[in-house]
Design a protein around this ligand. Structure first.
Ligand code: AMP
Ligand code: MG
Length: 488
């Protein structure tokens, strides 16, 4: 691998160098060959042979330079002070096959100076959820962290009950969070200039050419964040814990914890069981993204040329960027051009889903059954289920909408409509119950279901033979929600 451990060269106040604390008897959970290939990991025989030892913290290869990062953050709207890598270590930074810098970060690997009250460990359950979701996002084409693989172990970890300790080698284009800057502002303000230069030179080199590189950098972070959240809304994803310490400065989704994928459409849906006020409900995500950026930006006023006014100018386009990206995506999900009449149809469609608690993923995919009557039986089935689930009073609304939608489609090239429907509406997302089934089997030592779900999510836009009905069936409308909490 082509190591480029640049973070380890920064001021030592920003991190603590230390080795991982090994798990007891680590065993392979799953390995992501695609990521190994991308990193150049797969061309190194030693790394391939010893990956379980490495991810289990038993062996640190040459070239690695493990360290825990210091950061701070706002959690659930409150200033939380110093946080930092309490159970993870940045192990190495490498240039991947595309010459993009990637962080290898080992999560669940023991105490650090930032562990506070925690035990430095991660349980198998949350490790599998993070592993599968990173893979799902990669294949859906949404910027996010992914992982090289994970291991399970005999190290006991206490949560609500005793669980097996696990570790995940997370791979992300950066682990710098908004909270890094918040930490610097509070604990080492003299480092802000140097750290901002590092962020620009490493992740936003194109901003160097701008008249005011810092403002160009901030504008780009804002734009990427808005686009990332639009991607979440479109795919029906709720992150669950959008604290400033969980948002990356590169606009890649980070820290998959109490996340969920929308099933029966309800914009007010709260997936995180620990989120009592619904701060991080699905529909609040765009506003929370703005809130986070808004508490983050003023720290840069310490730098030359950055004023309250110039920051306000940077943040002003956030909403427009979000709306544009979201509305364009919504039109693509319907196979329509981005025009006003398409948006009217789109919002009527979303109301139909909401009023009748229809499954978000399945309903969009069912449109293929409408447009291509001889499509795959799966989409025909989805369409039949949709009509079947509508109560009599909603049938007329559906029929009327369907007719106007088909009339609009009749003016467009059918092939393009089909392509757009197929490429923007996945058949498979990581439903909570689906992850849970893989977890339950893994807790009994069986990793086949993790592997099957991994394979299924490798091609989310194609109907696959390895799928079962359970992979595409939402819970009954009145079923209690599977409790997904911050406990991990
Ligand atoms: P999270 O809510 O998972 O984003 O974590 C917030 C902060 O708590 C981060 O600084 C984590 O490193 C830390 N943390 C979470 N779980 C643990 C744990 N089991 N041991 C130590 N630190 C933890
Ligand atoms: Mg976190």
């Amino acid at each position: 691998m082509r190591y480029q451990n640049s973070y380890a060269q920064l001021d030592p106040r920003l991190y603590h160098k230390q080795p991982p604390s090994a798990l007891n008897n680590p065993r392979a959970g799953h390995f992501n060959s695609q990521v190994a290939e991308q990193l150049g990991w797969s061309t190194d025989q030693e790394l391939m042979e010893r990956w379980v030892e490495i991810v289990g913290g038993e062996y640190v290869p040459e070239g690695f330079e493990p360290l825990a990062m210091a950061y701070a953050g706002h959690q659930f709207g409150q200033w939380a002070g110093q946080l930092g890598d309490g159970r993870g270590l940045l192990m190495a930074q490498v240039l991947d096959n595309n010459d993009t810098l990637q962080d290898l970060h080992l999560k669940g690997i023991g105490l650090t100076p930032y562990s506070r009250m925690g035990d430095g460990r991660a349980v198998l359950r949350s490790t599998i959820r993070e592993y599968l979701c990173g893979h799902a996002f990669a294949q859906l084409g949404i910027p996010a962290s992914n992982a090289l693989g994970f291991v399970v172990s005999d190290t006991p970890v206490r949560r609500e009950t005793m669980e097996a300790g696990a570790a995940l080698m997370r791979v992300a284009d950066s682990h710098i969070r908004l909270g890094h800057v918040e930490w610097i502002a509070s604990f080492a303000p003299d480092l802000l200039g140097e750290f901002t230069d590092y962020m620009i030179d490493t992740y936003y080199p194109e901003c160097r050419d701008a008249e005011q590189p810092v403002l160009a950098f901030l504008s780009t972070v804002i734009e990427r964040t808005a686009r990332m959240i639009a991607d979440w809304q479109l795919i029906g994803f709720a992150h669950g814990v959008m604290n400033t310490d969980n948002l990356s400065i590169t606009g890649s989704t980070l820290d998959f914890g109490p996340f969920g994928f929308m099933e029966r459409f309800n914009p007010a849906w709260i997936n995180n069981h620990s989120d009592h006020t619904g701060r991080y409900a699905y529909q609040n995500q765009p506003a929370i993204g703005y809130w986070n950026l808004n508490v983050w930006l003023p720290h840069f006023m310490r730098l030359e040329g950055v004023t309250r006014e110039t920051l306000a100018d940077c943040l002003a386009p956030y909403e427009t960027t979000f709306m544009q990206h979201y509305q364009q995506g919504l039109c693509r999900k319907l196979g329509l051009p981005h025009e006003q009449d398409s948006l009217v149809l789109a919002f009527e469609w979303l109301s139909l889903l909401e009023d009748n608690l229809l499954d978000y993923t399945n309903s969009f995919r069912a449109l293929l059954g409408l447009v291509v009557p001889d499509t795959h039986p799966h989409e025909k089935q989805l369409l039949a289920t949709l009509s079947h689930e509508l109560p009599p009073e909603a049938l007329a609304v559906w029929q009327d909408w369907r007719q106007r939608y088909l009339n609009r489609l009749a003016t467009l090239a059918t092939d393009e409509v089909i392509e757009s429907l197929k490429n923007n509406n996945p058949v498979y997302v990581l439903r909570n119950e689906m992850a849970q089934r893989a977890i339950t089997a893994a807790q009994q030592g069986q990793f086949d279901e993790v592997a099957r779900v991994y394979d299924l999510l490798s091609r989310p836009y194609e109907v696959q033979d390895i799928a079962t009905d359970l992979d595409t069936t939402p819970p009954a409308p009145d079923a209690p929600q599977l409790p997904i909490s911050c406990s991990s």
